[in-house]
Design a protein around this ligand. Sequence first.
Ligand code: VG1
Ligand code: CO
Length: 555
Amino acid sequence: MSMQIHSIFTQAFNDQKPGTSGLRKKVKWFQQPNYLENFVQSIFDTVAVPAGASLTVGGDGRYYNRHAIQIIIRMAAANGFSRVIVGQGGILSTPAVSHIIRQYKTFGGMILSASHNPGGIDGDFGIKYNIQNGGSAPEKITEAVYAKSKTITQYRVADLTEVDIDTIGESSFETANGAFTVQVIDAVEDYANLMESLFDFPAIKTLLNSGFSMKFDAMHAVTGPYAREIFVNRLGAPENSIMNCVPSEDFAGGHPDPNLTYAEDLVKIMFAGESAPDFGAASDGDGDRNMILGKNFFVTPSDSLAVLAANATLIPAYANGIAGVARSMPTSGAVDRVAQQLNIPCYETPTGWKFFGNLMDAGKVTLCGEESFGTSSNHVREKDGLWAVLFWLNILARHYQSSGTASVQEILMKHWATYGRNVYSRHDFEGIPIEAANNVMQHIKAQFSSLPGQSFGDYVVKTCDDFSYHDSIDGSVSHNQGTRILFEDGSRIVFRLSGTGTEGATLRIYLEAFEPDTTQHHLDAQEALAKLIEIAGQLSLLTEKTGRFTPTVIT
Ligand code: VG1
Ligand code: CO
Protein backbone atom coordinates (compact mmCIF):
# COMPACT_ATOMS: atom_id res chain seq x y z
CA MET A 1 0.00 0.00 0.00
CA SER A 2 1.42 3.37 -0.86
CA MET A 3 1.78 5.96 1.85
CA GLN A 4 -0.64 8.82 2.08
CA ILE A 5 0.34 12.45 1.81
CA HIS A 6 -1.52 14.94 3.97
CA SER A 7 -1.81 18.70 3.90
CA ILE A 8 -1.97 20.03 7.43
CA PHE A 9 -3.38 23.46 8.19
CA THR A 10 -1.08 25.64 10.24
CA GLN A 11 -0.66 29.17 11.52
CA ALA A 12 2.33 31.25 10.54
CA PHE A 13 4.95 32.37 13.07
CA ASN A 14 6.46 35.78 12.65
CA ASP A 15 9.92 35.08 14.07
CA GLN A 16 11.43 32.60 11.61
CA LYS A 17 14.04 34.95 10.23
CA PRO A 18 17.33 33.10 9.59
CA GLY A 19 20.35 34.82 11.18
CA THR A 20 24.05 34.71 10.28
CA SER A 21 23.77 30.95 9.84
CA GLY A 22 20.27 29.51 9.79
CA LEU A 23 17.34 29.68 12.19
CA ARG A 24 18.38 29.30 15.83
CA LYS A 25 16.08 29.25 18.83
CA LYS A 26 15.76 27.56 22.19
CA VAL A 27 14.83 23.86 21.89
CA LYS A 28 11.61 24.60 23.75
CA TRP A 29 10.69 27.20 21.17
CA PHE A 30 11.28 24.69 18.37
CA GLN A 31 9.05 22.22 20.23
CA GLN A 32 5.96 24.37 19.69
CA PRO A 33 3.48 22.50 17.49
CA ASN A 34 4.24 23.04 13.78
CA TYR A 35 7.19 25.36 14.41
CA LEU A 36 9.77 23.19 12.65
CA GLU A 37 7.25 21.96 10.05
CA ASN A 38 6.37 25.53 9.04
CA PHE A 39 9.99 26.45 8.51
CA VAL A 40 10.81 23.30 6.53
CA GLN A 41 7.76 23.78 4.30
CA SER A 42 8.72 27.43 3.76
CA ILE A 43 12.12 26.24 2.51
CA PHE A 44 10.62 23.60 0.19
CA ASP A 45 8.11 26.11 -1.19
CA THR A 46 10.84 28.68 -1.78
CA VAL A 47 13.33 26.46 -3.59
CA ALA A 48 10.77 24.69 -5.81
CA VAL A 49 11.86 21.07 -5.45
CA PRO A 50 12.25 19.36 -8.84
CA ALA A 51 10.51 15.98 -9.07
CA GLY A 52 12.79 13.10 -8.16
CA ALA A 53 15.32 15.26 -6.28
CA SER A 54 17.37 13.97 -3.36
CA LEU A 55 18.17 15.73 -0.10
CA THR A 56 21.07 15.39 2.36
CA VAL A 57 20.14 15.56 6.05
CA GLY A 58 22.29 15.45 9.15
CA GLY A 59 23.06 17.24 12.35
CA ASP A 60 25.50 17.63 15.20
CA GLY A 61 23.71 15.13 17.44
CA ARG A 62 22.28 17.65 19.86
CA TYR A 63 18.95 17.16 21.62
CA TYR A 64 16.01 17.22 19.15
CA ASN A 65 18.27 16.21 16.24
CA ARG A 66 16.75 12.76 15.78
CA HIS A 67 13.20 14.01 16.17
CA ALA A 68 13.73 16.81 13.62
CA ILE A 69 15.25 14.37 11.12
CA GLN A 70 12.15 12.15 11.25
CA ILE A 71 9.95 15.18 10.56
CA ILE A 72 12.14 16.30 7.65
CA ILE A 73 12.10 12.79 6.14
CA ARG A 74 8.28 12.67 6.27
CA MET A 75 8.01 16.15 4.77
CA ALA A 76 10.61 15.47 2.06
CA ALA A 77 8.58 12.42 1.00
CA ALA A 78 5.50 14.61 0.70
CA ASN A 79 7.24 17.39 -1.20
CA GLY A 80 8.54 15.58 -4.25
CA PHE A 81 11.91 14.26 -3.07
CA SER A 82 12.58 10.69 -4.08
CA ARG A 83 15.59 10.16 -1.81
CA VAL A 84 16.93 11.40 1.50
CA ILE A 85 20.56 10.69 2.37
CA VAL A 86 21.14 10.77 6.10
CA GLY A 87 24.24 10.22 8.21
CA GLN A 88 24.10 7.15 10.47
CA GLY A 89 22.44 8.04 13.78
CA GLY A 90 21.49 11.39 12.27
CA ILE A 91 25.09 12.56 12.59
CA LEU A 92 26.88 14.65 9.97
CA SER A 93 29.23 17.54 10.66
CA THR A 94 28.51 20.76 8.76
CA PRO A 95 31.48 20.35 6.39
CA ALA A 96 30.51 16.69 5.88
CA VAL A 97 26.98 17.75 4.82
CA SER A 98 28.53 20.16 2.37
CA HIS A 99 30.72 17.41 0.96
CA ILE A 100 27.87 14.86 0.76
CA ILE A 101 25.68 17.33 -1.15
CA ARG A 102 28.49 17.78 -3.66
CA GLN A 103 29.61 14.16 -3.87
CA TYR A 104 26.13 12.62 -4.19
CA LYS A 105 24.88 15.63 -6.19
CA THR A 106 21.81 16.08 -4.02
CA PHE A 107 19.47 19.00 -4.61
CA GLY A 108 20.58 20.53 -1.31
CA GLY A 109 20.73 19.68 2.35
CA MET A 110 19.43 20.43 5.81
CA ILE A 111 21.81 20.86 8.73
CA LEU A 112 20.36 20.47 12.20
CA SER A 113 22.60 22.45 14.52
CA ALA A 114 22.95 25.59 16.55
CA SER A 115 26.70 25.25 16.07
CA HIS A 116 28.67 26.69 19.00
CA ASN A 117 25.55 27.41 21.09
CA PRO A 118 24.92 25.09 24.08
CA GLY A 119 22.53 22.14 23.59
CA GLY A 120 20.28 19.89 25.66
CA ILE A 121 16.62 20.37 26.39
CA ASP A 122 17.25 23.82 27.86
CA GLY A 123 19.77 24.75 25.18
CA ASP A 124 19.53 25.77 21.55
CA PHE A 125 18.49 24.08 18.35
CA GLY A 126 18.91 25.26 14.79
CA ILE A 127 18.24 24.42 11.17
CA LYS A 128 19.96 25.61 8.05
CA TYR A 129 19.34 24.96 4.38
CA ASN A 130 22.28 24.46 2.00
CA ILE A 131 21.97 24.70 -1.75
CA GLN A 132 23.30 22.43 -4.51
CA ASN A 133 26.84 23.80 -4.40
CA GLY A 134 27.01 22.57 -0.78
CA GLY A 135 26.98 26.07 0.70
CA SER A 136 24.55 27.90 2.96
CA ALA A 137 21.65 29.41 1.09
CA PRO A 138 22.42 33.01 0.12
CA GLU A 139 20.42 35.94 1.52
CA LYS A 140 18.16 36.02 -1.53
CA ILE A 141 16.85 32.59 -0.51
CA THR A 142 16.85 33.05 3.28
CA GLU A 143 14.85 36.25 2.89
CA ALA A 144 12.33 34.54 0.63
CA VAL A 145 12.02 31.71 3.17
CA TYR A 146 11.36 34.22 5.92
CA ALA A 147 8.69 35.96 3.82
CA LYS A 148 7.06 32.61 3.09
CA SER A 149 7.13 31.61 6.77
CA LYS A 150 5.05 34.67 7.64
CA THR A 151 2.18 33.72 5.33
CA ILE A 152 2.27 29.92 5.32
CA THR A 153 -1.11 28.24 5.83
CA GLN A 154 -0.36 24.55 5.34
CA TYR A 155 2.44 22.03 5.13
CA ARG A 156 2.70 18.61 3.51
CA VAL A 157 3.67 15.44 5.31
CA ALA A 158 3.66 11.73 4.43
CA ASP A 159 2.22 9.26 6.89
CA LEU A 160 5.48 7.36 7.31
CA THR A 161 6.21 5.68 10.59
CA GLU A 162 9.59 6.21 12.20
CA VAL A 163 12.38 5.38 9.74
CA ASP A 164 15.47 3.50 10.95
CA ILE A 165 18.37 5.96 10.70
CA ASP A 166 20.83 3.83 12.67
CA THR A 167 21.47 1.00 10.24
CA ILE A 168 23.55 1.66 7.14
CA GLY A 169 21.52 0.78 4.06
CA GLU A 170 18.32 1.78 2.28
CA SER A 171 14.61 1.70 3.19
CA SER A 172 12.19 2.22 0.33
CA PHE A 173 8.55 3.23 0.41
CA GLU A 174 5.85 3.66 -2.21
CA THR A 175 4.17 7.05 -2.57
CA ALA A 176 1.60 8.35 -5.02
CA ASN A 177 4.60 10.03 -6.81
CA GLY A 178 6.66 6.84 -7.03
CA ALA A 179 9.37 5.32 -4.84
CA PHE A 180 10.83 7.19 -1.88
CA THR A 181 14.12 5.96 -0.40
CA VAL A 182 15.91 6.80 2.82
CA GLN A 183 19.61 6.00 2.46
CA VAL A 184 21.63 5.83 5.66
CA ILE A 185 25.35 6.33 5.02
CA ASP A 186 28.43 6.09 7.20
CA ALA A 187 28.74 9.60 8.66
CA VAL A 188 32.53 9.68 8.59
CA GLU A 189 33.93 7.69 5.68
CA ASP A 190 33.31 9.99 2.70
CA TYR A 191 34.61 12.98 4.62
CA ALA A 192 37.71 11.15 5.88
CA ASN A 193 38.44 10.03 2.29
CA LEU A 194 38.17 13.62 1.12
CA MET A 195 40.69 14.72 3.77
CA GLU A 196 43.04 11.94 2.77
CA SER A 197 42.84 13.12 -0.84
CA LEU A 198 43.85 16.69 0.09
CA PHE A 199 46.66 16.21 2.60
CA ASP A 200 49.90 14.27 2.82
CA PHE A 201 48.80 11.61 5.32
CA PRO A 202 52.10 9.64 5.18
CA ALA A 203 54.07 12.79 6.12
CA ILE A 204 51.67 13.59 8.98
CA LYS A 205 51.91 9.99 10.13
CA THR A 206 55.69 10.25 10.25
CA LEU A 207 55.43 13.45 12.29
CA LEU A 208 53.00 11.89 14.76
CA ASN A 209 55.35 8.91 15.19
CA SER A 210 58.39 11.10 15.77
CA GLY A 211 57.61 12.02 19.37
CA PHE A 212 55.61 15.07 18.31
CA SER A 213 52.51 15.11 20.52
CA MET A 214 49.05 16.48 19.79
CA LYS A 215 45.74 16.88 21.58
CA PHE A 216 42.43 17.33 19.79
CA ASP A 217 39.34 18.29 21.80
CA ALA A 218 36.00 17.48 20.13
CA MET A 219 34.19 19.20 23.03
CA HIS A 220 31.65 16.30 23.25
CA ALA A 221 30.34 17.38 19.87
CA VAL A 222 30.11 16.09 16.32
CA THR A 223 33.80 15.88 15.35
CA GLY A 224 34.47 13.08 17.86
CA PRO A 225 33.91 10.16 15.45
CA TYR A 226 35.66 12.02 12.62
CA ALA A 227 38.69 12.76 14.80
CA ARG A 228 38.95 9.14 15.92
CA GLU A 229 38.84 7.83 12.35
CA ILE A 230 41.28 10.41 10.99
CA PHE A 231 43.82 10.90 13.78
CA VAL A 232 43.80 7.52 15.49
CA ASN A 233 42.75 5.02 12.81
CA ARG A 234 44.27 6.57 9.71
CA LEU A 235 47.17 8.64 11.07
CA GLY A 236 48.18 6.34 13.90
CA ALA A 237 48.06 8.94 16.69
CA PRO A 238 47.78 7.41 20.17
CA GLU A 239 44.34 7.18 21.74
CA ASN A 240 45.21 9.87 24.29
CA SER A 241 45.76 12.43 21.54
CA ILE A 242 41.99 12.91 21.25
CA MET A 243 39.61 13.93 24.05
CA ASN A 244 35.85 14.40 24.59
CA CYS A 245 35.17 12.46 21.41
CA VAL A 246 31.76 10.93 22.12
CA PRO A 247 29.01 13.27 20.84
CA SER A 248 26.52 14.04 23.58
CA GLU A 249 23.03 15.55 23.25
CA ASP A 250 23.94 18.39 25.58
CA PHE A 251 27.71 18.47 24.96
CA ALA A 252 28.12 17.15 28.51
CA GLY A 253 26.68 20.42 29.77
CA GLY A 254 29.41 22.42 28.05
CA HIS A 255 29.52 25.24 25.57
CA PRO A 256 30.99 23.73 22.37
CA ASP A 257 32.72 26.90 21.27
CA PRO A 258 36.46 26.41 20.68
CA ASN A 259 37.95 29.56 22.15
CA LEU A 260 40.19 30.36 25.10
CA THR A 261 37.23 30.68 27.46
CA TYR A 262 35.02 27.71 26.60
CA ALA A 263 37.69 25.19 25.58
CA GLU A 264 39.06 25.49 29.09
CA ASP A 265 40.17 21.84 29.51
CA LEU A 266 42.28 21.90 26.38
CA VAL A 267 43.70 25.35 27.14
CA LYS A 268 44.88 24.10 30.55
CA ILE A 269 46.67 21.17 28.93
CA MET A 270 48.26 23.30 26.22
CA PHE A 271 49.50 25.97 28.64
CA ALA A 272 50.97 23.53 31.17
CA GLY A 273 54.53 24.62 30.51
CA GLU A 274 57.18 22.24 29.17
CA SER A 275 54.98 19.17 29.58
CA ALA A 276 52.36 20.60 27.20
CA PRO A 277 51.80 18.80 23.88
CA ASP A 278 53.37 20.30 20.75
CA PHE A 279 50.06 20.93 19.03
CA GLY A 280 46.49 21.39 20.23
CA ALA A 281 43.19 21.96 18.48
CA ALA A 282 39.48 22.00 19.16
CA SER A 283 36.31 22.16 17.12
CA ASP A 284 32.76 23.39 17.76
CA GLY A 285 29.31 21.79 18.00
CA ASP A 286 28.88 21.15 14.28
CA GLY A 287 32.55 20.78 13.34
CA ASP A 288 33.02 23.85 11.19
CA ARG A 289 35.20 25.87 13.59
CA ASN A 290 38.76 25.29 14.71
CA MET A 291 41.07 26.65 17.37
CA ILE A 292 44.79 26.10 16.86
CA LEU A 293 47.24 26.07 19.76
CA GLY A 294 50.95 25.44 20.03
CA LYS A 295 52.89 24.55 23.16
CA ASN A 296 51.90 27.43 25.50
CA PHE A 297 50.84 29.41 22.46
CA PHE A 298 47.54 30.59 20.93
CA VAL A 299 47.10 31.28 17.21
CA THR A 300 44.43 33.88 16.46
CA PRO A 301 42.13 32.66 13.69
CA SER A 302 43.04 35.68 11.54
CA ASP A 303 46.72 34.78 11.78
CA SER A 304 45.92 31.14 11.13
CA LEU A 305 44.26 32.06 7.83
CA ALA A 306 47.30 34.10 6.84
CA VAL A 307 49.69 31.26 7.71
CA LEU A 308 47.62 28.75 5.70
CA ALA A 309 47.61 31.06 2.68
CA ALA A 310 51.36 31.70 2.93
CA ASN A 311 52.13 27.97 3.19
CA ALA A 312 49.48 26.58 0.87
CA THR A 313 51.90 25.20 -1.68
CA LEU A 314 53.29 22.81 0.95
CA ILE A 315 49.96 20.95 0.78
CA PRO A 316 49.33 18.45 -2.04
CA ALA A 317 45.87 19.87 -2.83
CA TYR A 318 47.19 23.43 -3.19
CA ALA A 319 50.66 22.65 -4.51
CA ASN A 320 49.98 24.63 -7.69
CA GLY A 321 49.05 27.76 -5.76
CA ILE A 322 45.80 29.40 -4.75
CA ALA A 323 43.61 31.58 -6.96
CA GLY A 324 42.71 34.14 -4.31
CA VAL A 325 41.62 34.54 -0.71
CA ALA A 326 38.63 36.03 1.06
CA ARG A 327 38.00 37.08 4.64
CA SER A 328 35.05 38.51 6.51
CA MET A 329 35.27 42.24 7.18
CA PRO A 330 36.04 41.97 10.92
CA THR A 331 38.83 39.43 10.25
CA SER A 332 42.27 41.04 10.48
CA GLY A 333 44.18 42.15 7.41
CA ALA A 334 46.98 39.62 8.03
CA VAL A 335 45.89 37.53 5.04
CA ASP A 336 45.72 40.66 2.86
CA ARG A 337 49.48 41.06 3.31
CA VAL A 338 50.09 37.49 2.19
CA ALA A 339 47.78 37.94 -0.82
CA GLN A 340 49.67 41.06 -1.81
CA GLN A 341 52.96 39.25 -1.71
CA LEU A 342 51.55 36.29 -3.67
CA ASN A 343 50.00 38.75 -6.09
CA ILE A 344 46.54 37.19 -5.81
CA PRO A 345 43.22 38.94 -5.08
CA CYS A 346 41.85 39.29 -1.55
CA TYR A 347 38.11 39.85 -1.05
CA GLU A 348 36.43 41.38 2.00
CA THR A 349 32.90 40.07 2.68
CA PRO A 350 30.35 40.46 5.48
CA THR A 351 30.35 38.08 8.44
CA GLY A 352 28.88 34.65 7.63
CA TRP A 353 30.16 31.87 5.40
CA LYS A 354 27.31 32.24 2.91
CA PHE A 355 29.06 35.25 1.37
CA PHE A 356 32.05 33.17 0.22
CA GLY A 357 30.04 30.71 -1.91
CA ASN A 358 29.75 32.83 -5.05
CA LEU A 359 33.45 33.68 -5.04
CA MET A 360 34.42 30.02 -4.72
CA ASP A 361 31.95 28.88 -7.39
CA ALA A 362 33.37 31.50 -9.75
CA GLY A 363 36.91 30.22 -9.11
CA LYS A 364 38.01 33.59 -7.69
CA VAL A 365 39.17 32.30 -4.30
CA THR A 366 40.60 29.08 -2.93
CA LEU A 367 40.94 29.84 0.79
CA CYS A 368 38.52 31.75 3.01
CA GLY A 369 38.39 32.61 6.68
CA GLU A 370 36.69 34.40 9.51
CA GLU A 371 38.10 35.69 12.78
CA SER A 372 35.48 33.56 14.56
CA PHE A 373 37.61 30.41 14.27
CA GLY A 374 36.45 29.52 10.77
CA THR A 375 38.71 28.59 7.86
CA SER A 376 38.20 26.48 4.79
CA SER A 377 38.78 26.12 1.08
CA ASN A 378 36.89 25.31 -2.08
CA HIS A 379 36.98 21.55 -1.29
CA VAL A 380 33.54 22.17 0.27
CA ARG A 381 31.33 25.25 0.65
CA GLU A 382 31.37 25.49 4.44
CA LYS A 383 34.06 26.26 6.91
CA ASP A 384 35.81 23.13 8.02
CA GLY A 385 37.34 22.57 11.45
CA LEU A 386 39.22 19.30 10.92
CA TRP A 387 40.45 20.45 7.52
CA ALA A 388 42.19 23.40 9.21
CA VAL A 389 43.71 21.11 11.83
CA LEU A 390 45.04 18.78 9.13
CA PHE A 391 46.35 21.75 7.15
CA TRP A 392 48.39 22.84 10.17
CA LEU A 393 49.61 19.29 10.80
CA ASN A 394 50.65 19.02 7.16
CA ILE A 395 52.61 22.28 7.37
CA LEU A 396 54.27 21.09 10.57
CA ALA A 397 55.04 17.72 8.95
CA ARG A 398 56.80 19.46 6.09
CA HIS A 399 58.83 21.56 8.52
CA TYR A 400 59.77 18.39 10.34
CA GLN A 401 60.86 16.79 7.06
CA SER A 402 63.08 19.70 6.12
CA SER A 403 64.48 20.79 9.48
CA GLY A 404 63.79 18.06 12.01
CA THR A 405 61.69 20.40 14.16
CA ALA A 406 58.05 21.45 14.10
CA SER A 407 56.86 24.32 16.27
CA VAL A 408 53.64 26.33 15.93
CA GLN A 409 55.11 29.31 17.74
CA GLU A 410 58.18 29.34 15.52
CA ILE A 411 56.01 29.33 12.39
CA LEU A 412 54.08 32.34 13.72
CA MET A 413 57.16 34.30 14.77
CA LYS A 414 58.71 33.78 11.34
CA HIS A 415 55.45 34.74 9.66
CA TRP A 416 55.26 37.99 11.64
CA ALA A 417 58.91 38.75 10.95
CA THR A 418 58.16 38.46 7.22
CA TYR A 419 54.80 40.22 7.01
CA GLY A 420 54.54 42.26 10.23
CA ARG A 421 51.94 41.43 12.86
CA ASN A 422 48.28 42.45 12.73
CA VAL A 423 47.71 42.49 16.47
CA TYR A 424 44.12 41.43 16.96
CA SER A 425 41.49 40.72 19.56
CA ARG A 426 37.72 40.32 19.80
CA HIS A 427 35.75 41.21 22.91
CA ASP A 428 32.27 39.69 23.23
CA PHE A 429 29.65 40.96 25.61
CA GLU A 430 26.98 38.25 25.72
CA GLY A 431 23.40 38.41 26.98
CA ILE A 432 22.99 42.21 26.96
CA PRO A 433 19.37 43.45 26.95
CA ILE A 434 18.50 44.08 23.28
CA GLU A 435 17.52 47.69 23.86
CA ALA A 436 20.79 48.53 25.61
CA ALA A 437 22.78 46.93 22.79
CA ASN A 438 20.85 48.90 20.17
CA ASN A 439 21.49 52.03 22.18
CA VAL A 440 25.21 51.44 22.08
CA MET A 441 25.16 50.96 18.31
CA GLN A 442 23.04 54.07 17.79
CA HIS A 443 25.30 56.12 20.02
CA ILE A 444 28.32 55.15 17.89
CA LYS A 445 26.53 55.89 14.62
CA ALA A 446 25.39 59.28 15.90
CA GLN A 447 29.07 60.29 16.04
CA PHE A 448 29.81 59.38 12.41
CA SER A 449 29.89 62.96 11.18
CA SER A 450 31.97 64.37 14.05
CA LEU A 451 34.56 61.60 14.47
CA PRO A 452 36.77 61.96 11.37
CA GLY A 453 39.82 64.04 12.27
CA GLN A 454 39.38 63.56 16.04
CA SER A 455 42.44 62.43 18.02
CA PHE A 456 42.55 59.93 20.86
CA GLY A 457 46.14 60.03 22.07
CA ASP A 458 48.20 58.99 19.04
CA TYR A 459 45.17 57.62 17.22
CA VAL A 460 43.44 59.91 14.73
CA VAL A 461 40.12 58.83 13.22
CA LYS A 462 40.28 58.70 9.44
CA THR A 463 36.77 57.55 8.53
CA CYS A 464 33.84 55.63 9.95
CA ASP A 465 30.99 53.84 8.25
CA ASP A 466 28.54 50.97 8.22
CA PHE A 467 30.02 48.21 6.09
CA SER A 468 28.12 47.39 2.88
CA TYR A 469 29.03 44.58 0.53
CA HIS A 470 28.50 44.46 -3.21
CA ASP A 471 28.71 40.90 -4.44
CA SER A 472 30.68 41.14 -7.69
CA ILE A 473 29.31 37.81 -8.93
CA ASP A 474 25.53 38.11 -8.51
CA GLY A 475 25.28 41.88 -8.03
CA SER A 476 23.48 41.66 -4.68
CA VAL A 477 24.12 44.27 -2.00
CA SER A 478 24.09 43.71 1.78
CA HIS A 479 23.96 46.73 4.08
CA ASN A 480 24.58 47.28 7.81
CA GLN A 481 27.19 44.58 8.19
CA GLY A 482 29.13 46.20 11.04
CA THR A 483 30.20 49.65 12.16
CA ARG A 484 33.82 50.52 11.45
CA ILE A 485 36.02 53.20 12.97
CA LEU A 486 39.17 53.39 10.87
CA PHE A 487 42.25 55.25 12.11
CA GLU A 488 44.94 57.07 10.13
CA ASP A 489 47.63 54.48 10.97
CA GLY A 490 45.51 51.57 9.68
CA SER A 491 44.23 50.46 13.10
CA ARG A 492 40.52 49.91 13.45
CA ILE A 493 37.69 49.17 15.82
CA VAL A 494 34.59 47.37 14.57
CA PHE A 495 31.31 47.07 16.47
CA ARG A 496 28.75 44.47 15.46
CA LEU A 497 25.71 42.74 16.92
CA SER A 498 25.73 38.95 16.68
CA GLY A 499 23.21 37.19 14.45
CA THR A 500 23.49 33.73 16.02
CA GLY A 501 22.51 34.24 19.67
CA THR A 502 19.18 33.25 21.17
CA GLU A 503 19.23 35.23 24.41
CA GLY A 504 19.31 39.02 24.49
CA ALA A 505 21.99 40.57 22.30
CA THR A 506 25.69 39.84 21.95
CA LEU A 507 27.84 42.84 21.15
CA ARG A 508 31.16 42.09 19.49
CA ILE A 509 34.05 44.55 19.46
CA TYR A 510 36.85 43.72 17.05
CA LEU A 511 40.21 45.47 17.60
CA GLU A 512 43.16 45.57 15.25
CA ALA A 513 46.49 47.39 15.07
CA PHE A 514 49.49 46.77 12.85
CA GLU A 515 52.92 46.19 14.40
CA PRO A 516 55.85 46.04 11.97
CA ASP A 517 58.50 46.06 14.72
CA THR A 518 59.79 42.53 15.39
CA THR A 519 60.94 43.45 18.92
CA GLN A 520 57.30 44.03 19.84
CA HIS A 521 55.90 40.81 18.39
CA HIS A 522 56.10 38.84 21.63
CA LEU A 523 53.63 41.21 23.36
CA ASP A 524 50.30 39.97 24.60
CA ALA A 525 47.51 41.28 22.34
CA GLN A 526 45.54 42.81 25.22
CA GLU A 527 48.60 44.74 26.27
CA ALA A 528 49.39 45.89 22.75
CA LEU A 529 45.77 46.90 22.13
CA ALA A 530 45.18 48.58 25.51
CA LYS A 531 44.76 52.08 24.09
CA LEU A 532 42.33 50.93 21.37
CA ILE A 533 40.32 49.03 23.99
CA GLU A 534 40.08 52.24 26.00
CA ILE A 535 38.96 54.21 22.92
CA ALA A 536 36.30 51.58 22.16
CA GLY A 537 34.86 52.07 25.65
CA GLN A 538 34.94 55.83 25.27
CA LEU A 539 33.26 55.85 21.85
CA SER A 540 30.54 53.35 22.70
CA LEU A 541 29.80 54.28 26.33
CA LEU A 542 29.36 50.54 26.69
CA THR A 543 29.71 50.44 30.46
CA GLU A 544 27.43 53.43 30.98
CA LYS A 545 24.75 51.97 28.70
CA THR A 546 24.93 48.28 29.64
CA GLY A 547 26.46 48.19 33.12
CA ARG A 548 29.13 45.81 31.77
CA PHE A 549 32.81 46.30 32.55
CA THR A 550 34.47 43.16 31.27
CA PRO A 551 33.79 41.03 28.19
CA THR A 552 32.23 37.58 28.54
CA VAL A 553 34.76 36.17 26.09
CA ILE A 554 38.09 37.59 24.93
CA THR A 555 39.86 36.05 21.97
C1 VG1 B 1 29.15 34.07 14.36
C2 VG1 B 1 30.51 34.47 13.80
C3 VG1 B 1 30.52 34.32 12.30
C4 VG1 B 1 30.13 32.88 11.92
C5 VG1 B 1 28.79 32.54 12.54
C6 VG1 B 1 28.39 31.11 12.31
O1 VG1 B 1 28.17 34.94 13.86
O2 VG1 B 1 30.84 35.78 14.17
O3 VG1 B 1 31.78 34.66 11.80
O4 VG1 B 1 30.06 32.74 10.53
O5 VG1 B 1 28.84 32.74 13.95
O6 VG1 B 1 29.34 30.23 12.83
P1 VG1 B 1 27.58 36.16 14.72
O7 VG1 B 1 26.50 36.75 13.87
O8 VG1 B 1 27.12 35.58 16.02
O9 VG1 B 1 28.75 37.08 14.94
V1 VG1 B 1 28.85 28.74 13.38
O10 VG1 B 1 30.21 27.91 13.78
O11 VG1 B 1 27.70 29.16 14.39
O12 VG1 B 1 28.04 27.96 12.06
CO1 CO C 1 29.77 25.95 13.82
